[in-house]
Design a protein. Structure first.
Ligand SMILES: [Zn+2]
Length: 314
């Protein structure tokens, strides 16, 4: 990623960050990276991610098992189908405190040639909150919109590893968060991928959650692999976005954790400081006006930079 710094200096007059990244990736196309990325169209668009987020929010509250999440799943699939790759629905039943709930992860695989895999994931269900009209713009509209746009970018990217884009269902607890009431989709996929051998091929899983806040501050998650936190910070610093990535934080329980517990290298990219004292989180205040395309752009650039970096070491 030293190339990033050098090229950014060369183009210090460049004011449009999308163009900057395009140029950076263009110059980085040498040696191992030549096989890893193609420049044309290979740029994450934060505005597009925000537009997808808005469409997701328009489905209303969308907790696991609801009619709304079923409709939204149909929409997500319709956005992903034209991208090519191997698209599948991973249906299962979550055993929740209120009984069995039908759920489905959405998995889009772009096959590579190395035998290894990289995974970018997030959740698309929203928490059911009694008496509240919950938009879930940031949680989980932002991860939903992000992943659709990211899948589009990956579909145009040359890569040697298999790249999976995964939309988890059932991240939210039905009652109070516990090991057995939360992260239904990721826990299910760890079992499934453990059984079929996919788990052992994963070089890294990068999970995103609540990444649309206008006031973006991604915490340092202690449950993530330290070398992936370091990679994230190095890429972010190289892009001039280091200020959005705090070097402090605690251990976060999210969809990456079941994979970490199974021995997979993981990173959770999450901003858990949403509004004053996190007061927008899981409340009626989690609405579209709190989000920005710029924040999604920052995270998109960093995750894409990380993928290219990881691919270059394949
Ligand atoms: Zn949540």
């Amino acid at each position: 990623m030293q190339l990033f710094n050098r090229v950014k200096r060369l183009f210090s007059l460049e004011h449009h960050r999308v163009s900057t990244v395009s140029l950076v990736l263009g110059f980085a196309l040498s040696g191992a990276l030549a096989n890893a990325a193609s420049v044309t169209g290979n740029i994450f668009d934060g505005s597009a991610a925000l537009a997808y987020t808005r469409k997701a929010v328009a489905f209303g509250e969308r907790p696991s098992g609801s009619e709304a999440i079923g409709k939204m799943r149909g929409w997500i699939l319709s956005e992903l189908k034209p991208l090519g790759g191997q698209l599948s629905e991973d249906h299962f039943t979550g055993q929740t405190p209120v009984g069995p709930v039908t759920m489905a992860n959405i998995i889009l695989k772009f096959p590579g040639t190395s035998g290894k895999a990289l995974v970018v994931s997030g959740h698309y269900d929203t928490k059911k909150i009694p008496m509240v009209k919950f938009s879930g713009a940031n949680d989980a509209g932002s991860s939903t919109g992000f992943l659709i746009e990211f899948a589009r970018v990956v579909s145009k990217m040359k890569h040697r590893d298999d790249i999976y884009v995964v939309f988890f269902d059932g991240e939210e607890a039905v009652g109070n968060w516990s090991d057995t009431d939360s992260r239904y989709g990721s826990r299910h996929l760890v079992e499934k991928w453990s059984a079929d051998g996919t788990l052992g091929r994963i070089r890294a899983l990068i999970n995103v959650d609540m990444i649309g806040d206008k006031d973006l501050d991604i915490i340092a998650d202690a449950n993530s692999s330290q070398w992936l936190n370091q990679t994230m910070w190095r890429v972010a610093d190289s892009l001039g976005d280091g200020k959005y990535f705090l070097r402090r934080g605690g251990g976060i329980d999210d969809d990456h954790k079941p994979f970490a517990d199974a021995g997979v290298n993981v990173l959770d990219i999450i901003d858990l400081d949403y509004g004053p004292n996190n007061s927008y989180w899981h409340t009626g205040q989690d609405t579209m006006d709190k989000l920005s395309a710029h924040s999604l752009q920052v995270v998109g650039d960093v995750v894409l930079g990380m993928l290219i970096d990881l691919e270059s070491q394949a």
